[in-house]
Design a protein around this ligand. Structure first.
Ligand code: FAD
Ligand code: SF4
Length: 512
């Protein structure tokens, strides 16, 4: 029986579950660059270039490892334009009797795949997606019967189970979580190392030319493309991170600096999410850096928590709460995404900086995504559907399984608090504490009302006031409502007026 193994564009690993029982003599592996996947949202140009180039390089590794590969380029005559049509075409051409793939990372595609057996009239086997350490079932078993789903408790369970940073049954260092040590601003005399970059080879140059030609109207710049496109290069990024950046990763994890995109972060999400690195490799490398005395516990635990905690948790959370998660809108937010999310043209320097870096690199680090771009979207009541689409488009590491829980659960509270115990809402003083953005801004972070006041300041109180019925009884927000009650009510009234006027300006597309 000859089998067709479909490898999706983010399944670029020789250890993929879908490859596990492939007979190299009789079976065929299919990789295809299809229009439907590249355009169902208008992905950042660099994201398409990264995935197409990584796929082309991976096809060579497969051949070097003895697999028979059918690689369908974007402009090939036999390109059928969608995954199903391509599989159907290959099944006919090659006389295929069975199709195998690993579970796609997006609900819409998984639903489509579930119809294939009937449409093709041959077995279509969907294997577990093994680009994670915990399985979907592990999350379901953990979540079942719970009223609250907090990442911290899931994280402790997987740490115990995989014996990561454990000293017998106790967490190494005596605490599960060292987040309290990870909130320093970057001192002026400290410069993070340059990121690890790779000049495009001939194959990548071809892909860049293709992307300019076919996806010229998509968001983002592509002239400075420098990502890793092979596993070897991705391993190099990880190695350099562990050697040069990890020791300071924890302390400056939340810091933001004018014109600095990369900071002490790892920049491995692109590669882990595309299958080029396994999360366990990154976790074990970081753990080893702690045991060898190279990096302190706050950095190592912080980094491991992002991957073993947040990344695993988000994936389980996505499948557990889909499809409802996609349409949830607990705060009934309906405002349109402002144009400056695309062109960066706003006097709010923090937002302008984060959009500019996103456009240039298809990357922004976590606090930029959460506390600047996300915080604004929450405070300004932006429509979750539009915000989700934006995040899915603009980042090279974005796939719905990870993007949607971060956006609808973490930043917008659209899920009504399944993911977060309270909204991540903050005024300008948080951004000022963690960055030097405010000293380059048209607005004044110290002012609360009036034309020069930082919009985050009055939008924050506008948000708190607007959603009083939903949050007043939340024990983690009681203090905020007590503060609001004690405030000078005339001043509060001015802030609420300023917030309303600001939202009207946004609706009227005026520059803010
Ligand atoms: C609104 C919003 C949207 C996001 N969208 C995505 C997305 O589409 N794809 C994506 O991979 N991450 C997303 N994140 C999480 C995080 O911002 C990125 O993983 C991180 O910025 C990637 O850069 P890095 O590799 O330098 O990460 P580091 O800061 O070095 O962290 C190490 C690794 O931890 C993992 N990680 C950290 N935080 C998270 C998280 N919240 N969820 C899942 N994994 C995490 C990533 O694999 C990351 O590579 C989002 C966060 C927010 C707040
Ligand atoms: S003053 Fe406000 S808008 Fe300007 S950079 Fe600071 S937080 Fe952003």
């Amino acid at each position: 029986m000859s089998t067709l193994c479909l490898l999706l564009g983010d399944h670029l690993s020789l250890n993929m579950s879908s490859l596990s029982s492939i007979n190299k003599q009789t079976d065929t592996v299919l990789l295809c660059e299809v229009k439907a996947e590249a355009t169902y949202v208008k992905h950042h140009k660099a994201k398409i270039a990264f995935l197409f180039s990584a796929m082309r390089h991976f096809a060579i590794s497969l051949q070097d490892n003895g697999y028979k590969v059918e690689y369908v380029h974007y402009n090939d005559e036999n390109n059928q334009g969608s995954l199903f049509a391509q599989v159907q075409y290959m099944v006919k051409q090659l006389g295929i009797e069975k199709v195998v793939l690993a579970k796609p990372g997006e609900y819409r595609l998984f639903q489509d795949v579930e119809t294939w057996t009937a449409k093709l009239n041959i077995p279509v086997v969907v294997r577990d997606d093994n680009r994670f350490m915990a399985s979907e079932q592990d999350f379901t078993d953990w979540a079942e019967g719970k009223k609250q789903y907090r990442m911290e408790f899931f994280y402790r369970e997987v740490r115990r189970r995989f014996n990561i940073l454990m000293d017998d049954k106790q967490p190494v260092g005596g605490k599960w979580n060292f987040d309290a040590d990870n909130r320093e601003k970057l001192p002026k005399n400290l410069s993070p190392p340059e990121p690890t970059t790779f000049p495009p080879d001939a194959m990548t140059k071809d892909v860049i030319a293709l992307v300019k030609e076919e996806f010229g109207d998509h968001f983002g710049d592509i002239n400075d493309f420098h990502y890793a496109v092979t596993r070897e290069q991705a391993l190099e990024v990880l190695k350099v991170f562990i050697a040069d950046r990890l020791p300071k990763f924890g302390t400056y994890q939340d810091a933001m600096v004018q014109d600095q995109a990369w900071m002490y972060h790892s920049h491995v999400s692109f590669y882990i999410n595309a299958g080029m690195l396994h999360p366990e490799e990154a976790i074990l490398a970081a753990q080893e850096a702690y045991y060898s005395g190279h990096a302190p516990i706050n950095s190592v635990e912080g980094f491991i928590r992002q991957i073993l905690g947040w990344r695993e948790y988000m994936r389980g959370f996505y499948w557990y709460f889909m499809p409802g998660l996609k349409t949830d809108n607990y705060l009934q937010a309906v405002n349109a995404l402002p144009e400056f999310y695309w062109d960066g043209k706003t006097d709010m320097n923090c937002l302008s900086q984060c959009v500019k870096q996103t456009k240039e690199h298809a990357y922004a680090h976590h606090i930029q995504r959460l506390m600047v771009l996300g915080n604004f979207a929450l405070l300004a009541g932006l429509d979750p559907e539009q915000v989700n689409e934006w995040y899915l488009i603009v980042y090279a590491d974005a796939y719905e399984w990870v993007e949607l829980p971060n956006v609808s659960g973490m930043i917008l509270y659209s899920d009504g608090g399944h993911l977060a115990s309270k909204p991540y809402a903050a005024s300008g003083s948080y951004i000022n504490k963690m960055s030097n953005y405010c000293s380059h801004c048209h607005y004044s972070v110290k002012e609360k009302t009036g034309p020069q006041a930082c919009p985050f300041n009055y939008l924050y109180w506008g948000f708190i006031n607007k959603h009083k019925d939903k949050f007043e009884k939340n024990p983690r927000m009681a203090m905020i409502y007590r503060t609001m009650a004690k405030m000078d009510q005339t001043k509060l009234g001015h802030m609420l007026d300023d917030a309303d006027k600001f939202i009207i300006k946004l609706e009227q597309n005026e520059k803010v």
